[in-house]
Design a protein around this ligand. Structure first.
Ligand SMILES: [Zn+2]
Length: 259
């Protein structure tokens, strides 16, 4: 299968021939990934990038202050600096995402399709916040672009209810989710909400495919985290592994969250 990537063509695997389905949940401060096969969950990770939000907030405040003082000449300089910072961070994050995904057999990356729902207030404040925060579309593009060069295809699912659905029992209710915490009102399963959404995205895609089994999940592996932080020099550094339970732990996964 050929995919056109900005005027050049990369050879990617057919989605139907893939084995590992990686659900992606992109947020203002992190991206959560969950890798599923038809027989269960392989692994999951949450990559935090808190400085993007912090820097954007800092520049926003600075611009407001300068506008008040009518120092508009400086605006462009700061806008460039901000954009360069965000751009660099998103490149590092997307590189790490693709590296993580490459460890699995014949992966396919599944994103939530958010492009047609921009004005749909039915999706609530969480979705609106995600839509209007810059990183979403750009990070998605960077990930699918880098993945295509490694032969890894991407696809989407409808995002409705992915953050409210319990990945273990399937119960879907708004009250399941409270900020970053997920607790199922039916089976009491607790999780990092964004990681759970990543699992739901992968499950949802499997359900839309003919002849694909959606695995029944009894537990999920402990949530592993990477955090992207700048070094003192100001250059963007790779993420630090803050906890690593390893792939071997998936069978005796701990219910709950390690954050
Ligand atoms: Zn449940």
């Amino acid at each position: 299968m050929h995919v056109t990537v900005t005027n050049e063509t990369a050879e990617v695997d057919a989605k139907t021939a893939t084995e590992t389905v990686v659900g992606v949940d992109i947020n203002e401060g992190c991206v959560a990934l969950a890798a599923l096969t038809e027989s269960g969950i392989e692994d999951s990770i949450v990559i935090d990038y808190p400085e993007i939000k912090e820097e954007r907030h800092r520049y926003f405040t600075m611009r407001k202050r300068m506008q008040k003082a009518e120092q508009t000449a400086f605006n462009d300089v700061f806008r460039d600096k901000e954009q360069r910072f965000v751009h660099d961070q998103l490149h590092t994050v997307s590189r790490r995402v693709v590296e993580w995904i490459q460890r699995f057999d014949s992966p396919v990356i599944i994103f939530e399709d958010l492009k047609d729902i921009r004005d749909d207030i039915e999706y609530g404040p969480r979705m609106n916040r995600r839509l209007h925060s810059l990183p979403f579309a750009k990070l998605r593009d960077f990930i699918s672009y880098k993945a295509a060069w490694k032969g890894i295809p991407s696809d989407d699912v409808d995002p409705e209810y992915t953050s409210q659905q319990c990945p273990l029992c399937g119960h879907t209710e708004r009250a399941n989710r409270n900020g970053k915490r997920f607790k199922c009102c039916e089976c009491e399963h607790q999780d990092h909400a964004d990681r759970g959404a990543g699992v739901s995205v992968a499950q949802k895609w499997l359900r839309t495919q003919d002849d694909r089994n959606v695995p029944a999940l009894n537990t999920l592996p402990q949530v592993r985290k990477w955090e992207l932080r700048r070094q003192a020099s100001g250059s963007v550094d790779g993420p630090t592994v803050t906890s690593d339970t390893g792939r071997g732990n998936q069978t005796d996964g701990i219910r709950g969250v390690s954050d």
